[in-house]
Design a protein. Sequence first.
Length: 632
Amino acid sequence: MTDVIQLLPESVANQIAAGEVVQRPASVVKELLENAVDAGATHLKLLLRDAGKTLIQVIDNGCGMSETDARMSFERHATSKIRDAKDLFAINTMGFRGEALASIAAVAQVELRTRRTLDELGVRIVIEDSTVKVQEACQTPAGTSIAVKNLFYNVPARRNFLKSDPVEMRHILDEFQHVAMAHPDLFFSLHHNDQEIFHLPPGNLRQRMVKIFGEQVNKKLVPVEEKTDILRITGFVGKPDYYKKTRGEQLFFVNKRFIKSSYLHHAVMSAYEEMLPADSFALYTLFLDIDPARIDINVHPTKQEIKFDDEKLVYNYLKVTVRHALGTHNITPTLDFEQEPAFQVTPTRTPTLNQPANPSSSPGDYRSNRPEDRRHQDNLRNWQRAYAGLDMFAATNGGGATPADRADADIFPATEPGGGGTYFEVRASAENTRMDDETGSFSKGGKEPYQIHGQYIVSPIKSGFLLIDQQAASERILYERYAEALGNQPMATQNALFPKTLELAPADALLLRGILPEINRLGFEIAEFGGNAFVVHGTPAELSGNQSEETLVEKLLAQYKDNLDLDLDLHDNLARAMARSAALRRGQTLSVPEMQDLTDRLFACAVPFASPSGKKCLLTFGLDELRKQFEG
Ligand code: ADP
Ligand code: MG
């Protein structure tokens, strides 16, 4: 019997390693920029073609390389930055793994030109598929230029996997901005298809932030500066009156390395306490400088995660520091959002979506604790605009309208043909609503929605009506809620009186084990019980009642598996899976408050128009359009 184990050829090993280091053009951008920073460059230029798919080039004026080093730089585990294991605990450079160039050269066509200041000639190396094609002396400015062409040209599966240019560009911009923000004292520029997108002259952090986030932040920055023996925190946080509903302007750097940490994010947000409306994000760019021995950046190949030896301490210190900064700069909570009446709209509808309201949670609790319900209040303003004209029905019907309102609308009460209630024919003046004199409208019960075929909700609005697909809408609503839950606001659990043991198929058990922490954020309380068994101590408060634990977990896993093909990130996948398994189905009858609630919550969503899988949630029918159709 012959032996079967062989060592992989270097180029194959490199390609495998590249899978971790080079996920997309943005990863290359990050590695090249960081190398240039490590090389002591003060002037860094990034040139891109087709969102980096055709070309990514970084030109720097750093220390350059000797001919031997230039050749060596493409070897795996070749680095000038650490020499032995103990250096791992004293890392002051961005790179240290010695993997990036080797990985990039395994999956792209790379051209390197480099020269040290004192050398007369530089060197040019062309390398493809981990094979050196050209190595020659050349004339080149001092510093290094690395051009990475046709990324994944030799790995079609990965090339096809690349997203559209805008998506890839978005990722590149993130990486670029992170590096540029971490080094405001260096010049950076970015050109895409010959167009200069960023031109960042050297300056201080405030100037860099303004260049990256926009002029409007200039007056909104509060400096942060605090120092102890082990930790220094510097940077800026935004004043509480400058906040956004989406993430994107929150950056942490630990020893100048951009990191993601929802834990530290939470520390900063909690320093704002009541000063921010829930579900909104203050801006910040904070630098934590800490003895490298106290952190482990070796956690992940792309190094966006970091471990502190004492996380709690960092958390508390960060929180206190930010609060102190907000305090010293006299940021008292005289906030305009508190005075804005629109925020005081208190929805009174029942919280039901597709299940009967959970008796243990009152509607009040439900509203105020849910981040998306705060958003709901916020977005309600926009939403109400669609109903603005219709409110006149209610106004004349129940008071609240000013005389001016009444004067604007020409209202003729009339008796409903079928007897019973009253309906109103409204002739609104042109400037008040867009309806003209000819298009009077009438409606029974104002803006009350109704359901057809157990599938669609018809909801009258000022300019016509909306037709809402209840399943798609409910999926959208739940998806956003679950995404939120996975991000920073875990959902409430309904504890089971009698914990239930589930015995799963080995493959399912493996799957479930892998996503257990996330699932538990969604309101499940599931623990491993050895082998393929799990104990369910609780299920999401919102879902409990009509489905057994087995069914819930089963459905969720099934959806999750389906989604794996879509190659979503874990949170996205789970949020979708949960939304799908919990959403309203066709044929489910809804009461008027349930329909109203669904509609309101749909419009409180960040993306109300489509379900997570891209199906339309609603169609709009304009009166004008309808009239035209009738006219034939
Ligand atoms: P790492 O950055 O982890 O050391 P890389 O594969 O990114 O690994 O780079 C390998 C080596 O190539 C670096 O250690 C450095 O010595 C050299 N190098 C890479 N880019 C540059 C550059 N722009 N200027 C000078 N030297 C560079
Ligand atoms: Mg590197």
